[in-house]
Design a protein around this ligand. Sequence first.
Ligand SMILES: [Zn+2]
Length: 159
Amino acid sequence: MQCPDCGDTRTRVIDTETSTDGSSVRRRRECQRCSFRFTTYERPEWDSLQVKKRDGSIEPFERGKLRVGIKRAVEKREVTDDAVTAIVDAVENSLQDRQTRIINSSLIGELVSEQLRDVDKVAYIRFVSVYKAFSEPEEFLRELDAVLDAEVDDFEPPS
Ligand SMILES: [Zn+2]
């Protein structure tokens, strides 16, 4: 870790403290060259991911929130908890692979719906109707048609 004052790389940790929620580590460092003292915060890279919402505000990505959104969509459907976790994992991995650390909420919505579409069609429709916030019933019906069409395309007649 480079000293912010003189730029020397020989700094040593003089104090380490974990935040009360356990999500970050605070370190007090001292430059061995100029004795300048500074603080660094260490947190998992994942925590630095931010979500840009439709209204333009930015908030940290939370796996729990994603999970709640999916759970709501699969309510009373035969979708196991493991399947929900698998969707959360898949979406999270996909976001992690991206260069950008600020993710549009609409992208997350698309990734989730892609996954849900394969798992449960009803849950998929419920989910997209929320994340796309359909303003017109026609929009909703178009989406529904697209799903039903895809289902017919997927159908393979027995040979
Ligand atoms: Zn220094």
